[in-house]
Ligand binder design. Structure first.
Ligand SMILES: [Ca+2]
Ligand SMILES: [Ca+2]
Ligand SMILES: [Ca+2]
Length: 413
């Protein structure tokens, strides 16, 4: 095991959760005639990468003018407060690009960034607010967070990394969005004061709150004919019958936030589970809200298609080399993630490496249809993995190292 000294911790060997087959883009029809020579770094196998995992907000401030993300006001409006760990500290993409010498000098050959998409800047109950400095509270899936820079700066970063022969892996989220949707029974004016103050909403299960009755078992019928979320029922025809989102809680979007998410379809509560907070047990691990984060109905073909469209653009527009999919074990893997992996054909991308969450409790059988299908298990935070490497569900050693620049808990995540 190689050890890189410095202020970083080193994580040995992320591991594969599936068969390791890496095939070059063999689309045949993809790309212009006389397609350009593939960049040499694309020929490097994923197990040979040394990955530098970085949270840009905590790395290097290359442009102080973007520290407040273009927002006005105090920390609760802008999210910026370098004196508190849960707020933005000013690091950005310009700083990251400027420090590529340093990162490459450590021996890193690839960079994995925490999500750079535009976040809801501040959320949380009164007195317990924090910011999206970690990047996992996405509001606009099509934009770069203004605290971190611009689309052009992200493009410049990817191009600069590629020019050095380094790969760029994006950290993406398909499980949830920022916390925008609330429930009348927990957060509405008629909710008990205690519930409003605590900001938690107990999970309401499929058994106790079926999709086809209003708010409680025996409630008025609704969503007539909707068959539920079994794998065989994940069809457009079935989801056309799901028209009301108030089968468990009564979701609402607070005034002023009706259009806060992009693409626009994400603003419709019908695309979410709306069953309250997960306690990370059984059914609620997949269908519950992760600390209030709006849990997407990843079983729905419309949601899958929307997510594919979103992330496809990041591949085609920025030529990123792979994705690490966040909170994958809290999503419908068989539907959404397999579909996501099918975004590749026609997109002229040489390789896609998908990092994934812990797969120890799930079987993943991805169809291998001519494209790279690499599933790397990466469970927990970087530091947690470094402390407990035995917790992987594994089989085949894949990557030599992930160098942890920072532990997400530094950002209050
Ligand atoms: Ca900055
Ligand atoms: Ca919510
Ligand atoms: Ca989920």
């Amino acid at each position: 095991m190689k050890v890189i000294q410095g202020s970083v911790s080193v994580l040995r060997a992320l591991v594969m959760a599936g068969a390791m087959t890496l095939t070059a883009c063999a689309g045949g029809t993809a790309g212009p005639a006389g397609a350009q020579q593939a960049a040499p770094f694309l020929g490097r196998l994923p197990e040979d990468e040394v990955i530098y995992f970085v949270m840009p907000d905590r790395f290097e401030n290359g442009d102080p003018s973007n520290d407040r993300g273009g927002l006005e006001g105090g920390p609760l409006e802008t999210g910026f407060d370098p004196t508190r760990k849960g707020f933005y500290h000013g690091g950005d993409l310009a700083g990251l690009t400027a420090q590529l010498d340093y990162i490459q000098g450590l021996g890193a050959t690839a960079i994995w960034l925490t999500p750079i998409f535009e976040n809801k800047p501040v959320q949380g109950p009164p007195g317990a607010e924090s910011s999206g400095c970690h990047g996992y509270w996405i509001a606009d899936f099509t934009n770069v967070d203004p605290h971190l820079g611009t689309r052009e700066e992200f493009r410049a970063f990817v191009e600069a990394a590629h020019a050095r022969g380094m790969k760029v892996y994006m950290d993406i989220i398909t499980n949830h969005t920022a916390d925008v949707i609330k429930y009348e029974e927990c957060h509405g004016l008629s909710a008990p004061t205690e519930a409003r103050e605590q900001g938690v909403c107990p999970y309401r299960s499929l058994g106790d709150y079926p999709f086809t009755t209003l708010g409680r078992p025996g409630g008025a019928p609704l969503n007539e004919g909707f068959l539920g979320l079994d794998a065989r029922d994940l069809t457009e025809e079935n989801f056309a019958r799901l028209t009301r989102p108030d089968y468990a809680y009564t979701p609402f979007v607070p005034s002023g936030e009706e259009a806060v998410k992009t693409p626009a379809w994400l603003n419709n509560p019908i695309h979410y589970h709306n069953r309250g907070d997960t306690s990370f047990e059984g059914e609620n691990s997949r269908l519950g809200d992760f600390a209030g984060l709006d849990d997407l109905m990843t079983e729905s073909p419309a949601v899958v298609a929307g997510m594919i469209e979103i992330y496809k653009r990041w591949i085609t527009d920025y030529r990123v080399d792979g994705f690490r999919i966040d909170t994958a074990r809290h999503s419908d893997l068989e539907g959404g993630l397999i579909a996501l992996s099918r975004m590749l054909p026609g997109d002229d991308v040489e390789y896609l490496i998908v990092f994934n969450a812990d797969m120890s409790d799930r079987e993943i059988n991805l169809p291998v249809d001519g494209r790279a299908r690499n599933w790397v298990s990466a469970y927990g935070t970087c530091a947690a993995q470094a402390r407990a490497p035995g917790s992987y569900s594994v089989s085949v050693p894949a990557l030599d190292f992930v160098i942890c620049h920072s532990d997400l808990t530094e950002c209050g995540a």
